[in-house]
Design a protein around this ligand. Structure first.
Ligand code: UD1
Ligand code: UDP
Length: 362
């Protein structure tokens, strides 16, 4: 069986790394399974793409579609045209997509129209917020998926409500957490640790990249100012996503405890999260990683497609109103944040379960 593995944007790389490793192991054991790694080129900076291949030992992509940046339609169309060309020349048996980015949806539509089966890793999650492009990507992808590999009981429930038969749903756990658990011992202290005199539990980590928070300078500046003002003068380490950097280039923030840095490598970023007082974020993946590491997490979004990080984990949804930040920080700073536990099957073995199932498909 030949599987195309699709990756395009930063959070995809952590999700595919353990799947590729598990396929390689099966192949070495003589099982008829192989992969072709297709990078769409949605993210292309070394700090958003190449570095993760090196750090996580992901083999070089067989093909890079080099779509680059653009509007939603430009990226979707660009990926579809180039991926279709590839499939017509060199088809595969299954197209495996991960997550909810534009590359996920564009490749699944393209493959399905050529009658290729679709496997969706992280299928079934829903924020029920159609103002986010990711929710549309999830719904479209799942409407044509053949094998759903799910991360949570919530995802299973969503799929059942949408009429997906049990026989297509495989509750396997979370491949992003496979990567976290595998690499935890390799986390690396970044040089900024000493530069800013960081100590365990005396600083915050901040990441922001959602259009609702970062595309409009006033909203972005208000969020950052509220955070920096109410953290008891502790340092706030802010690795800035390129989308956010564009807006910040016009801002004039003078906050002495805010340290804006380029996006960090995986091993350094998660070293910082693991030792932080708390994480403040609008990322999806970071809420999962904070939950597994037991680090308090505040999410600056109105909805989440990962409710288990709130109901089981350390995450709380604050919304996007900057006024919500102060009371949440007060609660944290008086030691009243919840402890949290680890969601079912987030045990480091999800990719093995996925590949076991794929290998058994006739
Ligand atoms: C995308 C995903 C989002 C995911 C995020 C992870 C979609 C619709 N959005 O958002 O779900 O959470 O990735 O990080 O798929 N840019 C660079 N260099 C890069 C990549 C991007 O400078 O390597 C800049 C470009 O100006 C680009 C902007 O960032 O226009 C946004 O990139 P894009 O891939 O469109 O969306 P993200 O905001 O990164
Ligand atoms: N991450 C990283 N460096 C950073 C910020 C995030 O390596 O500076 C990692 C993080 O540990 C997680 C992934 O990037 O594995 C999350 O990606 P992102 O927040 O871009 O996307 P989302 O999960 O919101 O789709």
């Amino acid at each position: 069986m030949k599987i195309d593995i699709i990756a395009g944007a930063r959070p995809n790389f952590m999700k595919i790394a353990p799947i590729i490793e598990a396929i390689q192991q099966k192949k070495e054991a003589g099982i008829n399974i192989d992969f072709r790694l297709v990078h769409t080129g949605q993210h292309y900076d070394r700090a958003m793409s190449g570095r993760f291949f090196e750090e996580l030992n992901i083999p070089d992509p067989h093909i890079n579609l080099e779509v680059g940046s653009g509007t939603q339609a430009e990226q979707t169309a660009g990926i579809m045209v180039k991926y279709e060309r590839l499939l017509l020349q060199l088809p595969c048996d299954v197209c495996m997509v991960v997550g909810d980015v534009t590359s996920t949806m564009a490749c699944s539509i393209t493959a399905k129209k050529l009658n290729i089966k679709i496997a969706h890793v992280e299928g079934g999650i829903r924020s029920f917020d159609l103002s986010m492009p990711e929710e549309i990507n999830r719904m479209v992808t799942d409407s044509i998926t053949d094998y759903f590999f799910t991360t949570s009981a919530y995802a299973n429930q969503n799929l059942k409500h949408e009429g997906v038969p049990d026989s297509k749903i495989f509750f396997v756990g979370n491949t992003m957490i496979d990567t976290l658990l595998k690499n935890e011992k390799r986390f690396r202290q970044p040089s900024l640790w000493n530069e800013h005199n960081l100590k365990q539990g005396n600083y915050f980590v901040l990441t922001l990249h959602r259009p609702a928070n970062v595309d409009e300078p006033y909203q972005l500046e208000n969020l950052i100012t509220e955070i920096s003002t109410h953290v008891n003068d502790m340092p706030v380490i802010f690795p800035v996503h390129p989308r956010t950097a564009k807006t910040l280039a016009q801002a004039n923030l003078k906050l002495t405890n805010l340290y804006m840095v380029s996006p960090l490598g995986y091993l350094e970023f998660n070293y910082l999260v693991k030792n932080a007082k708390a994480v403040i974020t609008d990322s999806g993946g970071v809420t999962e990683e904070a939950t597994v590491m037991g680090i308090p997490c505040m999410t600056l979004r109105n909805s989440t497609e990962r409710p288990e990080t709130v109901s089981i984990g350390t995450n709380e949804l604050l919304g996007i109103d900057p006024q919500a930040i102060k009371p949440a920080l007060e609660k944290l700073l008086i030691g009243k944040w919840k402890k949290g536990a680890i969601p079912e099957l987030w045990d480091g073995k999800a990719a093995h379960r996925i590949v076991e199932i794929m290998a058994s498909i006739k």
